[in-house]
Write a protein that binds this ligand. Sequence first.
Ligand SMILES: [Zn+2]
Length: 124
Amino acid sequence: MKIPVEIIVGNKRIRKMALPSRYLKHIYNVLNEKWFGDRLNKKTVVAWSNLDSEECIAFECRRANRKVPLLLVHQDLRQFSKLVEFQILHEMAHKALPLRYEHGEKWQGEMMRLAKAGAFKDLW
Ligand SMILES: [Zn+2]
């Protein structure tokens, strides 16, 4: 069942519909255990959404829905399972940081850690 969500892009609040997915949540859980020592929030809802180009192809939006952390994946990626996994890892790297660091040095460092650990093997 679709749920309404609100995401923050720059200083804009944008309302979207999102479709929580067991398939996406399973990928999130596996990656969380394998690459993040299971320390990322297990209550995170992982959902398909109709994001626009300016909103990226996936979105991590802790601030938008305060009760439930969300991770949105663009619905057009459905048929590209490797891209889906890559994008979820991208968003999880944001979640691993205490605040939203966009794509600055700390986030780059987290992506390098994942790369060196082998998280992107067969994905890039
Ligand atoms: Zn990002």
